[in-house]
Design a protein around this ligand. Structure first.
Ligand SMILES: Nc1nc2c(ncn2[C@@H]2O[C@H](COP(=O)(O)OP(=O)(O)OP(=O)(O)O)[C@@H](O)[C@H]2O)c(=O)[nH]1
Ligand SMILES: [Mg+2]
Length: 431
């Protein structure tokens, strides 16, 4: 490939040379900052921009024509040491096995650049406010350079088919990236920012805090909640926790029972449905003893019905169940026999926030053979991002009842609220 390399002061200068030498369809293959000599800037030398470009491809729509720009981003973000290696890498890599599309790869590679831009923008803000310490002229130049970089990023993005990102105003673009980085599915994030763009004035879009609040309001409308057990009719305060193994069902039963007793001063009874005869009920038995609540183990629906009648004058009945793999159809069938009745028992599906989206989806679909009235997300303390909670809420439209944030009983239990969920995604309280 006929590559040409230029050392220039800024991207504008490079574009002028590239257009002159390689024509208007030329592709920028890579850009990187290089130091030149030790010169006037003391030990740091002068920083120049090195831009490598190639003539435009003839077949514009071929997959290969998109490759150089994609790799350019990787080279820029430190993924490949030279432009040639970057290109060689790309052509050698078996494209069919890649699980990400070119566009997705590009988006992922653009994240560090966008973060860098965000960092520069913040630093510039600081510099501008310290006018005594810094030369206005230097700040002006840096701003100009930042503008060039942003432009270059947009050009690269549009060349790889990522056309809608550059159309977003800067604040929306940053929040769009933030939401995606937090694991919110791209199509959901895109829908949200597009809707926000349609409904906000240009002036409002320039105010970052305002844009964030606007998105937060939209997200809050998506989330349904039960307010813990408070949204349930008192006669329905019979709650069963269902879900896969080890997600924290028994611990959460204990937390809810303790909260019902201590905070709401309610009479609580505990039941464990033991279908697998693993005697895992012992943990709950000793807890029940500690909080002085009646506790029973049942094996089938008839026994469960009898007990619920026996505990008729109790305010809340909390039912623990055995962990059941979503792939164990026989056990799921048994559970369904017991919990298929709509309305009388509130079935809460317990999911760990640390699970992958695909697994949560499979679990929810398989447990959907029983009525699922609410979702409890556990182990939020062990998760770094929370987009998957929104993906689930948007996809299945199930109300959330509780969140758990640690192993401590009863402290690490929270009634799920819209504000809390949105804060986890957008970090409203941290701004
Ligand atoms: N970090 C963290 N750990 C939790 C949380 N909730 C439960 N755990 C821990 O997760 C482990 C499993 O909890 P259990 O309550 O026994 O889970 P389970 O769903 O009842 O498990 P099975 O009955 O075997 O299916 C225990 O070590 C709990 O302390 C939470 O919110 N955060
Ligand atoms: Mg358990």
């Amino acid at each position: 490939m006929n590559l040409k390399r230029y050392r220039v002061n800024n991207i504008k200068e490079a574009l002028k040379f590239i257009k002159r030498d390689l024509g208007p369809d030329a592709l920028i293959v890579s850009t990187r900052q290089v130091k030149e000599g030790k010169g006037a800037f003391g030990m740091f030398g002068k920083t120049m921009l090195e831009v490598t470009a190639a003539p435009g491809e003839k077949k514009k729509n071929s997959a290969v024509s998109k490759v150089p720009a994609t790799k350019a981003l990787e080279a820029y973000s430190g993924g490949a040491d030279t432009v040639e290696n970057a290109l060689a890498d790309t052509f050698m890599r078996p494209q069919k096995n890649s699980t990400l599309s070119v566009t997705d790869q590009t988006r992922n590679m653009m994240l560090p650049i966008q973060k860098e831009l965000q960092g520069i923008r913040l630093t510039l803000g600081d510099l501008t406010s310290q006018t005594n310490a810094f030369d206005d002229h230097l700040v002006g130049e840096l701003k100009h350079e930042l503008g060039e970089m942003r432009h270059m990023l947009h050009v690269l993005a549009s060349r790889t088919g990522n056309l809608s990102d550059p159309d977003l105003p800067e604040n929306l673009l940053l929040l769009y990236q933030q939401m995606k980085f937090s694991g919110l599915e791209e199509k959901f994030a895109r829908r949200l920012v597009m809707e926000a763009q349609r409904n906000m004035t240009e002036e409002d879009l320039e105010n970052f805090a305002y844009v964030k609040i606007f998105l937060a309001r939209m997200l809050m409308k998506i989330i349904k909640i039960t307010r813990g057990l408070e949204g349930l009719k008192p006669s329905q305060r019979i709650v069963a926790l269902l879900g896969p193994t080890g997600v924290g069902k028994t611990t959460t039963v204990a937390k809810i029972a303790a909260e019902q007793m201590r905070k709401y001063k309610r009479k609580v009874a505990l039941i464990s449905v033991d279908t697998s005869q693993r005697s895992s009920a012992e943990q709950l038995r000793s807890f029940a003893k500690m909080i002085k609540a009646p506790f029973s183990v049942v094996k089938d629906k008839a026994e469960l019905n009898r007990l619920i009648s026996k505990y008729e004058d109790y305010d809340s009945i909390i039912i623990d169940t055995d962990g059941c793999s979503q792939r164990n159809d026989a056990q799921l069938f048994e559970m369904r026999e017991i919990f298929d009745e709509r309305g009388r028992i509130h079935n809460s599906l317990v999911l760990s926030a640390t699970s992958k989206d695909v697994d949560m989806n499979e679990v929810t679909r398989k447990f959907g053979c029983m009525p699922i009235d609410s979702i409890i997300f556990t182990k939020l303390d062990e998760s770094a991002t929370y987009g998957s909670l929104f993906n689930h809420a948007i996809r299945f439209k199930k109300p959330l009842s509780f969140l758990t944030l640690g192993q401590k009983v009863p402290e690490d239990l929270e009634i799920a609220s819209r504000e809390r969920l949105v804060d986890l995604l957008l970090n409203i309280s941290g701004t």
